[in-house]
Write a protein that binds this ligand. Structure first.
Ligand code: NDP
Ligand code: 2IT
Length: 445
């Protein structure tokens, strides 16, 4: 029999000073412990103890010479958490704030998220404390080449298949893929998120955002409601946020905010598709800041140093980064009449914020279910690469929608309670059971 407090003490002993990893573990084990204590077959295999320790952690130095001939040193990591269900799969993050704790929490989450997709993928995550912001294309290329030189030995289509995450978009994936090809001499599906002309899947760049909205639609449909006309507050202005907004607008929802680390761009009347195009140009083409858009439309207001949670909305969709929404923000959202919090970023709510929302009957849809569309289409990209095929966007989009609906169904199956669906519990149990059953089947994973 497990006790949550004891297994969390073990987590602390095994990984001291890793608060984000502990937060992710506690969230999953909080759902899992009562469940497995009732199930004979999950006893006496040290399943939770095994999940506390990643299969392998690779940590390396990246030395590169910038275009002004200065030698630069960064740190790199790849955490291969669990490959019971398939080769490790998960993104790479380039951001100055990252450390081993960041990648351990993300890889742990990825294992259960990937299980939810129903595709044969294990969980991993990696990246570097390199800051791509403001760097020239030439410096990004130099860094990506140096990073891949160190990582290339540990990845491969049947071993570990990285993709993008914060700070790693199409440009970085292209440079990393080019470097891998040069080092290995092979053209294969070692990375996903490639451009369609280089073996990438159509709809991959949109998949996380579109999948988020498909999941939200499934939640609403389950309550006989629809998305049309609902007011949504979105944070972030990156890959996930912008394609979430795109799909929300297609579904005629009203989107009032996007944000970046300088503040929030508010549009009380709701963004139009022309507004979204202007934001995409600013972010994706000019690599600019939202505050530069403040004067470009009379409908916009830029609120410096303000998060998007201060305004009335039905749905809040945090899509920037972990722990971006704290208890104070949760209270503000509750006062502003929020009904659903849909986590598009990984672990965007602090534990206190989640507890506050649950206590106040706000429905929280957890990231491992909501944002699984990104990695799901990465899985479909792997399939296309292995078959040497390119599927149409219509086919990929249909598959994505089906996967998101199936994940929603799994959340219902494992999360149904008297008061309604407990999406956090449903996603945790549905993901855990797949991973645990494969670990048991394989004896030692
Ligand atoms: P991007 O790099 O494209 O965009 C990140 C956005 O979040 C930017 O607007 C950025 O603002 C903001 N942001 C990032 N870090 C911080 C921070 N510390 N404080 C405030 N704002 C911040 O990343 P993605 O859109 O790809 O990723 C967003 C989230 O979604 C992450 O949690 C990621 O793990 C998750 N995710 C991504 C998937 C994908 O396919 N890309 C798939 C599933 C989940 P600024 O420019 O000012 O830094
Ligand atoms: O957090 C995530 O699921 C991702 N960054 C996407 C991972 C992937 O392999 O596409």
């Amino acid at each position: 029999m497990y006790k949550l407090s004891e297994i969390m003490e073990r987590a602390e002993q095994l990984a001291p000073n890793q608060p984000q990893f502990h937060q992710a573990v506690e969230d999953v084990f909080h759902s899992v412990v009562p469940y497995i204590n009732e199930q004979e077959k999950y006893q006496n295999h040290a399943l939770l103890e095994q999940l506390l320790v990643p299969d392998r952690i690779i940590e390396f130095r990246v030395t590169w010479q910038d275009s002004e001939d200065n030698m630069q040193v960064n740190r790199g990591w790849r955490v291969q958490h669990n490959n019971a269900l398939g080769a490790y799969k998960g993104g790479l993050r380039f951001h100055p704030s990252v450390d081993l704790d960041t990648f351990k929490f993300l890889a742990f989450e990825q294992t259960f998220k990937n299980a939810l997709t129903g595709l044969p993928m294990g969980g991993g995550k990696g990246g570097s404390d390199f800051d791509p912001k403001g760097k020239s294309d030439a410096d990004i290329l130099r860094f990506c080449q140096a990073f891949m030189l160190k990582l290339s030995n540990y990845i491969g289509p049947k071993q570990d298949v990285p993709a993008g995450d914060i700070g790693v978009g199409s440009r970085e994936i292209g440079y990393l893929f080019g470097a891998y090809k040069q080092i290995s001499g092979v053209f294969n599906g070692v990375l996903t998120g490639k451009a369609p002309g280089s073996g990438g899947s159509l709809i991959r760049k949109e998949a996380t955002g579109y999948g988020t909205v498909y999941f939200l639609e499934a939640m609403l449909a389950h309550q006989d409601k629809e998305l049309k006309g609902l007011t949504c507050a979105v944070s972030g202005a990156g890959n996930v946020a912008l394609y979430t907004v795109e799909k929300l607008l297609q579904k005629e929802a009203k989107v009032i905010t996007v944000s970046d680390s300088d503040g929030t761009l508010l549009c009380q009347s709701g963004f139009t598709s022309e507004h979204l195009e202007a934001i995409k140009t600013n972010k994706q083409v000019e690599r600019g800041r939202l505050k530069d858009l403040a004067d470009s439309s009379k409908d916009f207001e830029f609120k410096a140093d303000t998060k998007p949670w201060q305004f009335n909305c039905d749905v809040a969709i945090p899509s920037a980064t972990q722990n971006e929404l704290n208890e104070e923000d949760a209270k503000a959202l509750h006062e502003n009449k929020v009904v659903y919090v849909v986590e598009a970023a990984n672990m965007p709510l602090t534990s206190a914020a989640t507890a506050y929302m649950v206590e106040n009957k706000v429905v929280v849809a957890p990231s491992k279910a909501v944002n699984a569309g990104g990695v799901a289409v990465s899985g479909l990209e792997r399939t296309q690469n292995a078959l040497m095929q390119s599927w149409s966007s219509d086919k990929v989009d249909k598959e994505l929608k089906k996967i998101m609906q199936d994940i929603h169904q799994a959340c219902i199956e494992f999360g149904e309670e008297e008061e309604g669906i407990n999406y956090i519990k449903g996603a945790n149990l549905a993901g855990f059971i797949k991973v645990a059953d494969a670990m048991l089947f394989q004896g030692i994973s």
